[in-house]
Ligand binder design. Structure first.
Ligand SMILES: [Zn+2]
Length: 58
């Protein structure tokens, strides 16, 4: 079940959508715009493990 993350270029709203079919065009739930940018989410890579903080090396 693919879940895609979108960001509206119109109002900056970020939301997730289930893509049930390619015939349906995703819309922003906030403003209804179809001018969206699809963001690729990689599940399992950001939440697993403990090596995400790389800024604390002084
Ligand atoms: Zn919007």
């Amino acid at each position: 079940m693919p879940v895609y993350e979108y960001r509206c270029l119109g109002c900056g709203e970020e939301f997730e959508l289930f893509l049930l079919g390619v015939s349906e065009e995703p819309r922003c739930p906030a403003c209804g715009s179809t001018d969206l940018r699809k963001m690729v989410s990689v599940p399992g890579q950001a939440a697993s493990g403990c090596g995400s903080s790389t800024s604390g090396f002084s």
